[in-house]
Design a protein around this ligand. Structure first.
Ligand SMILES: *Cc1c(COP(=O)(O)O)cnc(C)c1O
Length: 685
C-alpha cells in the first residue's frame, strides 16, 4: 500500500486526476493543507504507521479504490497518437516548468505553459522528453510588508521533499570557461512524459558552480549565462547519458539556445561533419518558440562574458568566436553589439513561432533583421497559439458536467466534433448552481489569502485579475479614475468586487510599485481584495470561481496570455484588450473587448483612453448583463455566454490542440528532415 501511494505521489498525474488527489486529501486533510498539497511531504510526515492507521478508515479505503481505478484507467486507455511515432524522439527544453504548486520551479505563464505542454503530450501519447533545472530555492514566495510593499521569502527545497527522484549513477559535465561543472539529474514523472531536472548542487563542485541552480531568473548576466550553459549544453549531454537519441529539440524561449550549439558539436564529433554540414542537420530539428513581444524581454550577453564562459568550448566546437557572437546580433559584424539569445535561437532554428497569430505578426516585425532584406510578411516566423491543459484547469464540477453532456472524453475531442454542441443543452440552472459553488469556494479561500481581512459578498459581480505584476499588464488601470471605480464598487443594487493576485519579479521596482498601489487600494476599499502569493493553486481557484476575467495589458505586449483561456473554459467571461489569444478568440457571444487605440509611442494617452473604455464597458454592458435576472434569479443571457465561452475556449485554446499543432507543423516535419539528412551517405574524406 505504501508502495502504491508512492507510485501515485511521484507521478504528477495526480495534478490532473482529481480522484487521485482526493486520496491524498482523504489520508489527512489538515496535513494535506499544511504541506501545501505536497504528496511526498504528506507521506513522509504521516510515516508508514500513520498511513496504515488512516487506511483503516472507510472513506480512505473508498478513496484508495477510486484513485487506483483512475490511475489504471489513465494508463490503460490507448492514447490517441500512440501509434503516430515520430522517427526520432523530441526533447523539450525550458528554464521553468509549472506543474504543481508543490514543485516550485516556475515563475509564471511561461512555466505553466511548459507544464501544460507536457501534460497534454502525456494524454496524447506522443514521444517527448523534457529538460529543465531543479532550483533549490525556486521563485520567492510573495509577502507584503506594513507599507504594502512586496518582499520575497525563499524557502530551501530539498530534492527529497519534492515529487522528483534522483537518477543514480548519471552525471555529466558542462563547460564554464576553463572549468567544468558537474551536473546531476532528477526525474519528475508527468504521466507518460519524463522531465529531467538538472542540479549542480554537488559536493564535487566549487561553491561558485554549485550555486548555479539555486534560483530561477537570477538577474546577473553572469549567473544567467551559467544557467543557460547547464540547461542547453548539460541538457543535451544528460539526454545522451540517459540513452535518448532525440533529434528534434524544442526551445521554449531563447534561454536554451545553446542546446543547438551542443547538437552541432556532437554531430561533428560523432559523424566527422564539417561545421556547415553539422549546422544543417542540427538546424533541421530545432523548433523555437519566442514568447516576448519586445526586444528588451530577451537575454543579452556581453562579448567579454561570452568569451570568459564559452571561449574554450566554442574552440572545441570549431566555431570562431566572432561568428558565434554574430549569430546573436541584429547587425552581424558590429563588435559593440551584445549577443541576444532570441536572434541566436532564430538563426539556429529551422522553425520559429510566436504564441498567437497577432504575436506571430509582431515577431515578424520585431526580429526581421535576422533575415535582412526580407519584407516583413516573408519573415519566416509563424505562430502556434498557446493553449492550456483543460483537465488541470477546468474545475472537477464543470468537468463532470461536460462528461455528462458532451462525453467522458470531452477533453480529448477535436474542436469541430459535433458532440460539443451538447454544451448548449446544459440547463441554465444547473450550470449557474455549479458556478455558484465554485465561486463560494474561491471566496472561502480568499478569506485565507487576503492581505487584509474583508467581508466578501457572494452575490456581487466578482472580477478576477491574476497575473504577474509587470507594468505593461496595467493591474492599476482602473485606479486611473478612483471616484468612478468607487462608484462601481459601492453600488448598493449592483455591487462589484475585484480580486487581485500577482507577484512582480523581485528586481522589478515599477512592478512592485503597482503591487503597493493595489494593496493600498485593497486596504481602503472593502470590495477590493489583494490575495497574496499567486501560484498555481490560487490561480486555479481564481479562474474557476470568478464571474469575469479581466485582462487589460498594453496592446501588442501580451504575446498570448493564458489565464483568460483557463477562466473562459470554466465559464468566466473575459473582458480583455484585443491582444494575444483574445484577438483571435473574441466574439461578442463569448465576452467583451476593451477598446484600444494602441498608439504605443504614447502609452500615457492609451492608458487614459483605455481606462475610459473599460469603465464604459463595465458600467453599460458587463454589470447590467450580470444583474439581468429571470424569476428564478438566473442571468439567462449571461449563462448562455458562459456556455459559448466553455464550448469555444475549452476546445480551440486547449494544450491538446497546441501540442497537436506542434506535432503536425513542426516536430513531425523536423524529425523527418533530420532522418533524411542522417541517411545521406557521408562525403568521406
Ligand atoms: C496561467 C498562469 C499565468 C499566466 O497568466 P497570463 O494570463 O498569461 O498572465 C501566470 N501564473 C500562474 C500561476 C498561472 O497559472
Amino acid at each position: 500500500m505504501v508502495e502504491e501511494l508512492n507510485q501515485f505521489a511521484y507521478d504528477l498525474l495526480w495534478t490532473w486526476q482529481p480522484r487521485i488527489e482526493a486520496l491524498f486529501r482523504a489520508l489527512d486533510p489538515q496535513l494535506w493543507k499544511s504541506t501545501r498539497e505536497n504528496p511526498v511531504l504528506l507521506l513522509a510526515q504521516l510515516g508508514e504507521e500513520g498511513v496504515r492507521r488512516a487506511s483503516e478508515r472507510e472513506e480512505v479505503k473508498r478513496a484508495f479504490d477510486d484513485a487506483r481505478t483512475a490511475y489504471h484507467e489513465y494508463y490503460e486507455r490507448k492514447p490517441r497518437f500512440m501509434d503516430a511515432q515520430a522517427p526520432l524522439g523530441i526533447a523539450y527544453f525550458s528554464l521553468e516548468f509549472g506543474l504543481s504548486e508543490c514543485l516550485p520551479i516556475y515563475s509564471g505563464g511561461l512555466g505553466v505553459l511548459a507544464g501544460d505542454h507536457l501534460k497534454a503530450t502525456s494524454d496524447l501519447g506522443l514521444p517527448l522528453v523534457a529538460v529543465g533545472l531543479l532550483y533549490k530555492q525556486g521563485f520567492g514566495r510573495q509577502d507584503i510588508d506594513a507599507a504594502g510593499r512586496q518582499f520575497e521569502v525563499y524557502a530551501e527545497n530539498r530534492g527529497s521533499d519534492l515529487p522528483v527522484n534522483k537518477v543514480e549513477g548519471v552525471e555529466v559535465d558542462a563547460p564554464i570557461g576553463q572549468r567544468n561543472v558537474r551536473i546531476a539529474v532528477w526525474r519528475a514523472q508527468v504521466g507518460r512524459v519524463p522531465l529531467f531536472l538538472l542540479d549542480t548542487d554537488l559536493e564535487s563542485n566549487p561553491n561558485d558552480l554549485r550555486n548555479i541552480t539555486d534560483r530561477l531568473y537570477v538577474p546577473e548576466p553572469d549567473r544567467r549565462l551559467r544557467q543557460e550553459i547547464v540547461l542547453g549544453i548539460g541538457g543535451v549531454r544528460i539526454l545522451r547519458a540517459l540513452g535518448f537519441d532525440s533529434g528534434v529539440f524544442h526551445l521554449n524561449e531563447g534561454h536554451s539556445f545553446l542546446c543547438a550549439i551542443e547538437r552541432i558539436r556532437e554531430l561533428r564529433a560523432s559523424r566527422q561533419m564539417t561545421l556547415e554540414e553539422a549546422r544543417l542537420v542540427a538546424r533541421a530539428g530545432i523548433v523555437f518558440t519566442t514568447h516576448t513581444p519586445i526586444a528588451a524581454g530577451s537575454d543579452y550577453f556581453d562579448a567579454g562574458l561570452v568569451w570568459d564562459l564559452l571561449g574554450p568550448y566554442l574552440a572545441q566546437v570549431g566555431i570562431s568566436f566572432d561568428r558565434f557572437m554574430d549569430l546573436g546580433r541584429q547587425r552581424p559584424g558590429d563588435p559593440r553589439e551584445r549577443l541576444c539569445t532570441t536572434y541566436a535561437a532564430l538563426r539556429l532554428a529551422d522553425q520559429s513561432v510566436g504564441v498567437s497569430r497577432l504575436h506571430g505578426a509582431v515577431s515578424r516585425r520585431l526580429w526581421k533583421d535576422a533575415w535582412r532584406g526580407l519584407p516583413d510578411a516573408q519573415v519566416p516566423i509563424g505562430s502556434v497559439t498557446n493553449g492550456v491543459h483543460m483537465p488541470t484547469w477546468v474545475a472537477p464540477e464543470i468537468a463532470s458536467l461536460l462528461s455528462r453532456y458532451v462525453g467522458s472524453d470531452w477533453w480529448d475531442l477535436d474542436p469541430a466534433d459535433g458532440r460539443w454542441h451538447a454544451v448548449y443543452e446544459i440547463p441554465a440552472a444547473e450550470l449557474w448552481t455549479i458556478h455558484g459553488d465554485l465561486k463560494r469556494r474561491l471566496l472561502e479561500l480568499s478569506k485565507e489569502r487576503a492581505e487584509t481581512p474583508h467581508e466578501i459578498d457572494m452575490n456581487a459581480l466578482t472580477i478576477g485579475f491574476g497575473r504577474r505584476f509587470a507594468p505593461y499588464k496595467r493591474a492599476n488601470l482602473l485606479l486611473r479614475d478612483r471616484p468612478r471605480l468607487t462608484k462601481l464598487l459601492r453600488n448598493t443594487k449592483r455591487p462589484v468586487q475585484i480580486l487581485f493576485a500577482g507577484k512582480s519579479h523581485p528586481a522589478d521596482q515599477p512592478g512592485k510599485d503597482i503591487v503597493a498601489g493595489i494593496v493600498g487600494l485593497a486596504r481602503e476599499e472593502p470590495r477590493v481584495v489583494f490575495l497574496k502569493d499567486y501560484d498555481i493553486a490560487l490561480a486555479r481557484h481564481l479562474v474557476q470561481g470568478a464571474d469575469v476575467w479581466l485582462n487589460n495589458p498594453r496592446r501588442f505586449l501580451e504575446a498570448s496570455g493564458t489565464s483568460g483561456m483557463k477562466a473562459g473554459a470554466n465559464g468566466a467571461l473575459n473582458v480583455s484588450v484585443l491582444d494575444g489569444w483574445w484577438d483571435e478568440a473574441y466574439r461578442p457571444e463569448l465576452g467583451w473587448a476593451i477598446p484600444s487605440g494602441a498608439t504605443l509611442d504614447r502609452p500615457e494617452i492609451d492608458d487614459v483612453a483605455e481606462a475610459e473604455g473599460l469603465f464604459r464597458l463595465l458600467e453599460r454592458e458587463v454589470v447590467p448583463a450580470f444583474y439581468e435576472r429571470d424569476e428564478a434569479g438566473i442571468p439567462r443571457r449571461w449563462v448562455e455566454m458562459m456556455k459559448a465561452s466553455m464550448r469555444n475556449v475549452a476546445t480551440q485554446f486547449s494544450a491538446r490542440r497546441m501540442v497537436i499543432d506542434y506535432f503536425t507543423s513542426a516536430y513531425g516535419p523536423g524529425a523527418r528532415r533530420v532522418e533524411q539528412l542522417r541517411l545521406l551517405p557521408d562525403w568521406g574524406g
